[in-house]
Design a protein around this ligand. Structure first.
Ligand code: G6P
Length: 605
């Protein structure tokens, strides 16, 4: 949510900062801006809308800058506009911000009383003018004094007119890294922005700040005391953060799912059984767990819903899945023996992080399922199981979701084994079934053509439904979210049996209903529900396992899945739902990788 890049060093800074912004555009694309030193002057250029608008404003100018900061915005305070864009400038400085200054209104009043004139509606300008008002020639001192007044979550990149080769960085909650190359230093909200130049980076912690020059990065706490930090090396590659011949990152990431799942699950299998010892989990970690609370946002919470079915069925541990933003404010009942699992692709989602902190405060053990190494949730949880999906760039998650479901299956199997509900042989048998499901994913990917044909019938609709029972209902939540977020079609996921209790009134002639059938035990009931919507004129697209037979003429379009084992069918069944959303969005001309109003990493509450 908002992306920051900063640079000082031997290369031309404006081009480098623009490239960095492109890598961070997934964090928000309401506006973009850059401040840079050229011939001793501090220049600022910004533009509402995509980075390409900023590019257009910068085009035709040759730059010879070596230091600057840049920003891509996901608007919180103040509508997307040129003036509300970052960087925000004041007499002595220019500043970019990711986060929210919670006491901005009070600070703004105080600064206005002292004569400050504000030009934007943002909370960020308050931080810029506050630091500016405290500046007496020493940037560190001004920043430290300002930090004592600022409340909220923020990561700042700041340049001061008097110091044209320095970038200052501050972190409180919102993520920020600092990186070193030869004769150059960087800051960024995320690693892909620095990957073409260096793999060596530091994670700024909350309560730390950094001063960057071309030759060094110095770290301090907010009292100004030096801090020693560990230099880390990223294992990501530039290629992983590129489209690799696909039209969109989303399409590439859908196709990467079989590999991502293998990379995530294989290291956790020993002698054909699930084994989390290399993640630091004791052999009886799940044995005494009496209740699991899963807290997550968006698709991660829907992965949790699928996981709940598996854990409850296999390990007989009650599982509740809570939306993280609700969990933290509902005074959750957490008892001894409980385990809180926080699921997050980015590891930075503010509400999920807050849920994790609440669980820790209450003394309940916490286990994080996270994709991004070194992220806040990964570092703060008592235990972490990393998913190995690689970088996910498309805002709508695909492989990030699948690997979360995959690891929840392993948790279910491991817990069942530890609790002696499943004997070793039975558990090993189910692990083989899980591997069989993985081996069938390439066949599920071959359904793309069928899905793109089916998408033709969705391009002009304004509302539709997904229905299913049991794990299919959990799966339909994710299918419907995918379609909503990238194609902007109003779409509701409904438990198939519940539709008749009100919502069926919305079904009229031609309303599309996607029906999921991956559980043979429940199929007959779902078929009845399909008949009910069909009788009211629905256009039915059924996504069905081959072993489940449907009455002749029941559906208008049939998408037959490969013969996936039922228990793990969601891993394959999600693929056509992703394709359906993807191709519908493409047909409608939507910006698939950067849907309107969204950001991938939501670091505000
Ligand atoms: C955003 C993304 C979703 C994602 C959710 C949770 O809303 O657009 O795709 O599921 O955040 O993100 P996380 O990184 O915590 O999994």
């Amino acid at each position: 949510m908002c992306g920051i890049v900063g640079y000082t060093g031997k290369r031309e800074a404006v081009g480098l900062l623009m490239d960095g912004l492109r890598c961070l555009e997934y964090r928000g694309y309401d506006s973009a801006g850059v401040s840079f030193f050229e011939e001793g002057r501090l220049e600022t250029v910004k533009a509402k809308g995509r980075i390409s608008n900023l590019e257009a404003r910068l085009s035709g100018q040759e730059h010879c800058s070596h230091c600057g900061i840049a920003h891509t915005r996901w608007a919180t305070h103040g509508a997307p506009s040129d003036t509300n864009s970052h960087p925000h400038t004041a007499k002595h400085l220019s500043l970019v911000h990711n986060g929210i200054i919670e006491n901005y209104a009070q600070l703004r009043r105080e600064l206005e009383e002292q004569g400050a004139v504000f030009v934007s509606e943002t909370d960020t300008e308050v931080a810029a003018r506050l630091i500016d008002s405290l500046y007496e020639g020493d940037p560190m001192e001004a920043i430290i004094r300002a930090l004592k007044r600022l409340r909220g979550a923020f990561a700042f990149g700041i340049v001061f007119r008097d110091y044209p080769d320095r970038v200052y960085a501050v972190r409180n909650a919102s993520p920020l890294i600092a990186a070193r190359g030869e004769g150059e230093s960087f800051i960024a909200s995320d690693i892909p922005a620095i990957l073409p130049y260096t793999k060596q980076y530091y994670i700024l912690e909350s309560g730390e700040m950094a001063v960057l020059t071309p030759d060094a990065i110095q770290f301090f706490d907010w009292e100004g005391h030096p801090v020693q930090k560990e230099l880390l090396t990223s294992t990501l590659t530039v290629q992983q953060a590129e489209k690799g011949g696909y039209d969109h990152f989303m399409l590439k990431e859908i196709h990467e799912q079989p590999q991502a799942l293998r990379d995530t699950l294989s290291p956790r299998l020993a002698d054909g059984l699930p084994d989390f010892s290399s993640d630091g989990l004791a052999p009886d970690f799940f044995r005494g767990v009496s209740h699991i609370h899963i807290a997550a946002c968006g698709s991660a919470s829907y992965a949790g819903q699928v996981g709940r079915w598996a854990i409850e069925r296999l390990a007989r541990i009650p599982v509740t899945v809570e939306i993280a933003s609700e969990f933290r404010y509902q005074d959750p009942i957490l008892a001894p023996g409980d385990l809180v699992i926080v699921i997050s692709q980015s590891g930075e989602t503010a509400d999920s992080l807050a849920a994790l902190r609440l669980a820790k405060e209450r003394g309940v053990p916490t286990l994080a399922i996270v994709n991004v190494a070194g992220s806040s949730i990964a570092r703060e949880a008592d235990f972490v199981l990393y998913t190995h999906a690689g970088p996910e760039i498309a805002v709508a998650t695909t492989k990030g979701y699948s690997v979360q479901v995959g690891i929840l299956y392993l948790i279910a199997l491991r817990a069942a084994l530890e609790r002696e509900i499943l004997p070793r042989e039975a558990c090993a048998g189910l692990v083989s079934r899980l591997q069989e499901a993985l081996s069938l994913l390439p066949q599920a990917l071959e359904l793309e053509k069928d899905c793109s044909r089916a998408a033709q019938s969705l391009r002009d609709v304004s509302s539709m439904f997904y229905i299913g029972r049991g794990q299919d209902h959990s799966l339909s939540l994710e299918g419907a979210l995918k379609l909503k977020e990238i194609s902007y079609i109003q779409c509701e996921a409904y438990a198939a049996g519940e539709l008749k209790h009100g919502t069926i009134s919305l079904i009229t002639q031609g309303t599309p209903v996607v029906a999921l059938l991956t559980e043979s035990e429940l199929a007959a009931k779902t078929v009845s529900n399909i008949q009910e919507v069909k009788a009211r004129g629905a256009m039915v697209i059924a996504v069905c396992l081959p072993g489940i037979s449907l009455p002749e003429g029941l559906c208008d379009i049939l998408i037959t899945l490969p013969p996936l084992p039922e228990l793990f069918a969601p891993l394959g069944a999600i693929i056509p739902l992703q394709f359906l959303a993807y191709h519908t969005a493409c047909l409608k001309g939507c910006d698939v990788d950067k849907p309107r109003n969204l950001a991938k990493s939501v670091t505000v509450e």
